[in-house]
Every structure is written in C-alpha cells, then in structure tokens.
Design a binder for this molecule. Structure first.
Ligand SMILES: [Zn+2]
Ligand SMILES: [Zn+2]
Length: 178
C-alpha cells in the first residue's frame, strides 16, 4: 500500500496529471488515500486531519505540497506537547485538541518558533513574557515579548484545556493592551 502511495505521489509531478491520478485514487478507496496522506505528512507536508476524506485530485495536489510552495505558508503547524514551564516550573500536560504553546499557570512561553506558529524555526530560546491580551474574531489573543531578543509573538488563550489558562492572569493583562 505504501509503495503504491509513493508511486502515485511521485507520478503526480504536474497539474495535468492530478485529474487522472486523482480519479485513480478515488477508485482505489480510503486505504490508499490514508497511505498517500500519511506519506505526504512524513515528507513534511502539512495536511489537515480530514485530508483522507478529500477528493483524490485535491489530496494529490496538496500532498505534493504545491499549494504550500506557491504561497508562503501562514497556517500554524499543530504542536501539542507536554513540557515543564521554564518560568514557574509547572508540569504542563498537552492540551488535547489545540496546540499547547504557553504555560496555563503563568502564561509564559518560549521563543522557539519563527514567523509561523509551531515551525520551531527560531533558535533564540528566550522567555516569551505575556505583555497584553486583546479580543480578536471572538478569541482572546495573548501578546508576547521575548525577554532575550525582543521579538513579539501572539498565542491564543486556551480556556477549554485541562487545566485552562489562568483567567485571573489573562484578564489582568487586558488593560495593558497598546
Ligand atoms: Zn509557567
Ligand atoms: Zn527571542
């Protein structure tokens, strides 16, 4: 199955082939689609969780990573890992549904990402100190400044986690915006 997925993925090297190879993928069924999506992810292509259910043509196009190359990537990379907070020492469990990118207790983060959340492209490693919070499109957004290099970052407040972000701390930052 994986060999067939690799052959299909490698064969789809230009746009005119997506339609025929996509139809082949649709006919082959969900198992091959899962294999193609899994292979693409292993090759570093960021595919959403429901990619296996897409039409074959769309899956191949995205699995080839051409959309990602054509437009500079802006979508966050999902990373949800347990960690020990370097600021308050708390053991922070993974969130489960979203990416846990800051401490729910003291709200601090680490400057490990570049311009794209989750890309781990920065080797700064400085402490991201929350400096403000604001409301945007129905979400609370934490604004950060790196204590080492001064870079600014933003993370979404997570109120549905276990534990959720400390609301008293979040709301105390609400007046500090701007
Ligand atoms: Zn902390
Ligand atoms: Zn930094």
């Amino acid at each position: 199955m994986n060999e067939r997925a690799a052959a299909l993925l490698d064969a789809a090297h230009n746009r005119s082939l997506y339609k025929t190879l996509g139809a082949e993928l649709d006919a082959a069924g969900p198992e091959l689609k899962r294999a193609v999506a899994g292979l693409a992810r292993a090759r570093g292509v960021d595919l959403p969780d429901d990619a296996e259910t897409w039409p074959g043509k769309k899956l191949l196009r995205r699995a080839r990573g051409l959309d990602a190359l054509a437009q500079v990537r802006k979508n966050p990379i999902r990373r949800d890992e347990a960690f020990t907070c370097v600021r308050c020492g708390a053991s922070v469990p993974p969130h489960g549904r979203s990416a846990r990118d800051h401490c729910p207790f003291c709200l601090a983060g680490l400057h490990v990402d570049g311009d794209v959340p989750g890309d781990r492209a920065s080797d700064c490693g400085g402490l991201l100190e929350p400096v403000a919070v604001h409301r945007e499109k129905g979400r609370w957004i934490l604004e950060y400044r790196c204590q080492l290099c001064g870079a600014t970052r933003r993370n979404q407040v997570l109120l549905d986690g276990e534990p959720p972000d400390d609301w008293a701390r979040v709301s105390s930052l609400a007046g500090a915006a701007g």
